[in-house]
Design a binder for this molecule. Structure first.
Ligand code: GLA
Length: 760
């Protein structure tokens, strides 16, 4: 597979449970979740059912082997699993003639055996006497293809009412490899679930003013069978199974047809619920059921009284243009004033925009005051004038994860306007960054780089966003071409830095891409550093505070030297995609870079994958579940990561807005101490990460990476604290009281409980 995190384009990570039951409640499916064994290397006798694999390693099949102790392994490996195959499955089945062996996704290639005989290769069924030689020869990667192998019910490879052994040989030439989910392997008879497909994804829940709306649909994917029955949806609270909403209708589902079911209800949106979609077939009374998490909003609505938001510290370079917008929530209009501003700066009372240029280096303790008709709030704001910018991680929006190369001027302006109207701008989301796709096909006669027809006037766009208090980001490559094939800055570095400065650019993402052509086979540190140093020196000549973001996917442990080279942040990984495997594969593997994060220098685990994303031009709702989205935001804040949204901001609903506007949560990311969290506890699928904060307290994320709700205990000994601690639930913005020795919480599957602890 290409890059670790490219692993999972177009996947279904919605953790859903599918079941089909006959009226005796017998199941025609066996889920093969646990008990898998793993061994690297290759030996054909490993397909033999009598082979003794008891000394092999235990392995989980919903994530790559790289995440389970084989971080660098490329080549052939084997998975094995024993299971009993009861003939009751046949009796329970709707269709009695075939058996399906489903293995989920395998990265990159596979050859699957049942009881010593091949059954399928790379997603295609094979006959019992299939010639299995030549397996490891490179074939196109099929890392994002579901493996489903079909056998006739009387196929001799199946052993009914006896033990069976599946053995799967896997070949991964590079990066991530092996079984990786997102749906669990199973063996099943063909049943309603294979004939009728629910679509619960493409039109997600939308939450607006305590109302949830959604459309789900069911499609008869058979070419001959017609069905009729009852289609229903039920929304149940997780806490006590109370029915919040239910509706049913009778439907006819002719072969090839689709029936949609829109629904809408009002509820207490802070309560976690499950949606259960069911079809009951009239003629057989068999049911097909799928469940899904329903959005719940933990972030309380902001008070009407002013609350100053954003970082408590800001750095600018001596003598350069200074621009910073003070932000606050509460009833509008508001007035902004400041005491003890450094000479050279003014604060506009009605907008909160602080601007000017400071002539003397130093640390200025300014007091900000924000007033509205409901009240006022004052808070210290430290301005540090010297040579360091990005004293807290940048927060903003970048065009790539939604629009890809289809970005244009109007899409960027739309993002700016929605940042304001959705209230994100009041929480410190301030950068508006254009990624790849803005550059013209050739330079002008004088060698200068100009935008293409999609960006008629860069300066005008920049003025527009600056006028609203935002900052302007742009993108280039040190190579001759960007990753998208547009012009890069190679041998024009100073000229480009000057152009960007003249347009008012405040942020440059500099993406390695075609610099491979220049570096050739030279992977040495001096070569990895060289192009970043060249642009650093150019940026130093333009007298503008331009945040410098390296993007070279973590090569040469960039976190160890990016700061010395004058980078403000650097990507530590390949590209992220909107699924659980990609997000957690990146997020929970950031410990090595942790010691290097500090004010001015941030590790960047890549942009966020919330809301509607798609890499352009067509978009889809994120494949992360509700709890996975809480995990994503909490983890990125603990990691003191740059927070760059990558979604279409015109499609925000109250759930996504809640995720992005929780001040208690954002304050953890923006904390002035600038520490990155470290894992303090890892046991099986439970991880606890903790981040030290400026006021001496600690932010702690209790993460449940498993497929069921788990009770997680945070022990003071793991956190290295003692005595009474005052705890606050950050998402709910609620004090939980005093605790001694430990704190326990129930954590949803793939979810988090995010707390702050302060010694009493
Ligand atoms: C690389 C980067 C992405 C994006 C694209 C643009 O893949 O890692 O973040 O900038 O290039 O082509």
């Amino acid at each position: 597979m290409k890059l670790f995190s490219i692993a999972a384009l177009c996947l279904i990570t919605v953790v859903f449970v599918q079941s089909c039951k006959n009226n005796n409640n017998a199941e025609s499916i066996i889920v093969l979740e646990k008990g898998w064994k793993f061994q690297t290397g290759d030996d054909n006798k490993w397909s033999d059912p009598t082979f003794n694999d008891s000394r092999w390693h235990n392995i989980l099949i919903d994530r790559y082997y790289e995440l389970q102790g084989w971080p660098e392994y490329n080549g052939i490996s084997w998975y094995r699993k024993k299971f009993f195959l009861p003939s009751s499955m046949k009796e329970a089945a709707y269709m009695k003639d075939s058996v399906q062996i489903f293995l989920g996704m395998i990265d990159d290639l596979d050859l699957a055996y049942l009881n010593g005989k091949p059954i399928g290769m790379d997603g295609k069924n094979v006959p019992e006497n299939f010639d299995t030689t030549g397996f490891s020869k490179y074939r196109p990667s099929l890392y994002d293809t579901y493996r489903k192998y079909m056998l006739a019910v009387n196929d001799p490879r199946l052993r009914w009412d006896a033990e069976n052994v599946i053995a799967v040989k896997v070949y991964d030439p590079h990066y991530a490899g092996g079984f990786w989910g997102p749906m669990l392997p199973s063996i099943s008879m063909i049943d309603l679930r294979d004939m009728l497909k629910f679509d619960i994804k493409s039109s997600p829940f939308k939450v607006v003013n305590d109302s949830l709306t959604k459309v789900f649909s069911i499609k008869n994917i058979t070419s001959k069978s017609d069905f009729s029955g009852k289609l229903s949806v039920k929304i149940l609270t997780i806490e006590n199974g109370e029915v919040v909403y239910a509706t049913t209708k009778n439907i006819d589902l002719k072969a090839g047809n689709n029936v949609e079911m829109p629904f809408s209800y009002k509820t207490d949106v802070s309560k976690p619920c499950t949606a259960i979609y069911t079809f009951i077939d009239n003629s057989t009374t068999r049911t097909h059921k799928v469940s899904q998490e329903v959005p719940f909003i933990l972030t309380p609505k902001p008070a009407q009284t002013p609350r100053i938001t954003g970082a408590k510290v800001y750095g600018a370079r001596l003598g350069n243009q200074f621009i910073y917008r003070v932000t606050a929530t509460g009833a509008k209009p508001m007035s902004f004033t400041a005491k003890d501003l450094p000479d050279g700066l003014t604060l506009e009372t009605s907008t909160g925009v602080m601007s000017g240029s400071v002539k003397n280096a130093g640390e200025y303790k300014t007091i900000l005051t924000v007033k509205n008709e409901k009240g006022e709030m004052s808070r210290e704001f430290k301005i540090i004038i010297g040579n360091t910018i990005a004293l807290t991680p940048p927060m903003g929006w970048n065009s790539w994860n939604c629009w890809g190369l289809s970005v244009d001027d109007s899409k960027v302006r739309q993002a700016i306007d929605y940042m304001v109207s959705a209230g994100l701008a009041d929480h410190g989301w301030s950068y508006i960054n254009i990624d790849d796709g803005w550059e013209a096909a050739s330079r002008k006669a004088d060698g200068s780089l100009v935008p293409n027809e999609k960006f008629p006037d860069m300066k005008n766009l920049s003025d527009y966003l600056h006028s609203k208090g935002f900052k302007f980001g742009i993108y280039s490559s040190p190579g001759p071409k960007t990753c998208g094939g547009y012009l890069g800055s190679y041998q024009h570095e100073l000229q480009d830095a000057q152009s960007w400065a003249s347009w008012g650019v405040d942020y440059i993402k500099y993406d390695w891409c075609s610099y491979d052509e220049i570096a050739g086979k030279d992977n040495s540190l001096p070569m990895l550093k060289k192009p970043y140093d060249v642009l650093r020196k150019s940026l130093d000549k333009v007298n503008r505070d331009i945040l410098y973001s390296f993007c070279q996917y973590g090569k040469g442990n960039v976190w160890e030297w990016g700061g010395e080279l004058g980078g403000n942040c650097w990507r530590t990984t390949g590209d992220i995609f909107d699924n659980w495997a990609s997000m957690t594969g990146i997020g929970f593997n950031q410990a090595p870079s942790s010691p290097y994060a500090k004010p001015g220098n941030w590790n960047d685990p890549d942009m966020m994958i919330l809301g509607w994303v798609g890499w352009g031009p067509s978009l889809h709702p994120t494949n992360l579940t509700i709890n996975e989205q809480y995990t994503h935001v909490s983890l990125w804040c603990l990691l003191a990561a740059p927070l760059l949204l990558g979604n279409d901001l015109s499609r925000l609903d109250d759930f996504t807005i809640g995720l992005l506007t929780n001040e208690d949560v954002l304050e953890i990311d923006q904390d002035a101490l600038g520490k990155q969290a470290v894992p303090i506890y890892k046991q099986g699928e439970i991880q606890i990460w903790a981040k030290d904060l400026e006021d001496g307290s600690k932010a702690v994320g209790l993460f449940n990476l498993s497929r069921t709700t788990k009770k997680i205990t945070l022990n003071w000994t793991d956190l290295k604290v003692e005595g009474k601690q005052i705890l606050r639930d950050l998402w709910r913005q609620k004090d939980l009281g005093e605790f001694e020795g430990k704190f326990e919480a129930e954590v949803f599957t793939h979810g988090v409980v995010f707390v702050k602890l302060k010694a009493k």
